[in-house]
Write a protein that binds this ligand. Structure first.
Ligand code: ZN
Length: 430
């Protein structure tokens, strides 16, 4: 993994390798600032005396996982310095729904005779659903921290799935569009969005996952290559249809659907736009890419479909070759800082068990990264991981695969890093 390096006053310098970090620490030229992700501070260096190279943060926002990549432009070429996945929370909507149901039930029982009050809230302009707003916040939080740890001077993000202007008027675009390859990717993304990512003929019932761009009136019968004559079909249906038009094949409605332009709402993604506007707060230039371009560039680099590789291939600034790609991926999982709920409820909404206990016990908090040296018993040995505190002073230590050590006394533990609402892990690249 890349090691983040800060100067004497805690400002970001160029990152270094683990080996170099070890040497710096051995020679007492550096101190450890964070354990995960590993960050050191040089005690004898100032930002003013250091040379920086251009680093770019690249983002591919997704609904469950957002891909993150950081690249460095050096003399020899462009290198990928960091690959990361932000694993978002997925339970927000279901939790809010559960709370709403409990409160409804309670109102029914307790205040049946009170006049209903409803529609008495006004949403602010540009309101996003809590689950979406949360996702934007998580990406912004990561952006700010990356900028704190690395001297980032440019940002790229995937804003839209495809470029609508390029579809209307390919001639006015750049050289890449004239060559046609990028346009092909944009057209494919457009069609996939428009026809819902399934075969228009069998609706996926034939189980053929290999989707192809298909001519409604075949080329051999004088059909054009325009998007209004194109649709998405699976390989099986495409072969069977052969030289027939969609109407002859038994689908007269497809032609009209292909001619109708795609409604704005279908491809303007509110979350991505919100993120784009929030990224302006960083005061760094923000480059926008399309999903079609990302896919083309990832295919050209022969990289598998992973969120972090998508992020690496976002935008026109992506080079034709990388001189290095990391072997490990950082996973940033959102854990939160505990629950606001004061007491657990049973399924009727009645309090169950005791009221919430203290959040901190003997200076430990759930989510802290700890090291425990257990002298005796079933869990004798050394353990490092996330701690879950208990009111009885005996805590659990969790690793990436669940509980590692159970019921360990707090007296054997010390904190390596305070909880900050995130879990930091690593995994090898695909
Ligand atoms: Zn089909």
């Amino acid at each position: 993994m890349t090691v983040f390096v800060l100067d004497k006053r805690g400002r970001a310098l160029m990152p270094c390798t683990e080996k170099r970090a070890r040497l710096l620490l051995e020679r007492s030229r550096a101190r450890v600032v964070r354990v995960a992700p590993f960050t050191i501070r040089l005690v004898d260096r100032l930002l003013e005396d250091s040379e920086l190279q251009l680093m770019r943060l690249k983002l591919d926002p997704g609904s469950k996982v957002t891909g993150v990549a950081v690249t460095l432009n050096g003399q020899q070429g462009t290198k990928a310095v960091l690959l990361a996945d932000i694993v978002h929370r997925t339970e927000i909507k279901s939790k809010l729904d559960a709370r709403r149901a409990l409160r409804r039930g309670r109102r029914q029982r307790k205040t049946r005779y009170r006049k209903p009050r409803f529609l008495n809230r006004r949403r602010t302009e540009g309101w996003l659903a809590p689950s979406l707003e949360d996702r934007v916040n998580q990406v912004m939080n990561t952006t700010w921290r990356m900028m704190h740890w690395l001297p980032i001077q440019a940002v790229s993000m995937e804003l839209v799935r495809f470029d609508t202007q390029a579809l209307d008027n390919p001639e006015i675009q750049g050289v890449e569009y004239q060559q046609g390859e990028l346009l092909g990717y944009e057209v494919r993304e457009y069609l996939l969005t428009k026809f819902g990512r399934t075969c228009v003929y069998c609706k996926g019932k034939r189980g053929d996952v290999h989707l192809e761009v298909e001519h409604i009136i075949p080329r051999s019968r004088g059909g054009s290559n325009r998007v209004s004559n194109l649709t998405i079909a699976c390989h099986t249906c495409n072969q069977e249809k052969g030289n027939l038009t969609a109407e002859e094949y038994g689908y007269p409605e497809i032609g009209a659907k292909a001619k109708a332009p795609l409604k704005d709402a279908a491809f303007v993604n509110a979350t991505r736009w919100r993120l784009y506007h929030r990224l302006q707060e960083t005061r760094q230039p923000v480059e926008c890419g399309t999903g079609g371009r990302t896919k083309m560039q990832r295919t050209q680099h022969e990289l598998p479909k992973e969120h972090y590789y998508d992020a690496l291939c976002v935008g026109a600034s992506t080079p034709s070759a990388f001189i290095g790609i990391p072997k490990m991926v950082l996973t940033l999982t959102v854990k939160g800082r505990g629950s606001r709920r004061m007491v657990l409820c049973d399924r009727y909404g009645f309090p169950r068990g005791k009221a919430k206990a203290a959040k901190r016990i003997h200076g430990f908090q759930t989510g802290d990264r700890v090291r425990a040296d257990v002298p005796t018993g079933k869990y004798a040995g050394t353990w490092c991981g996330r701690v879950s505190i208990r009111a009885n002073d005996y805590f659990d230590i969790k690793g990436p695969d669940g509980v590692m050590a159970q019921g360990v006394s707090w007296k054997h533990m010390r904190v390596l890093q305070r909880a900050d609402g995130w879990h930091y892990g690593t995994k090898p690249t695909a």
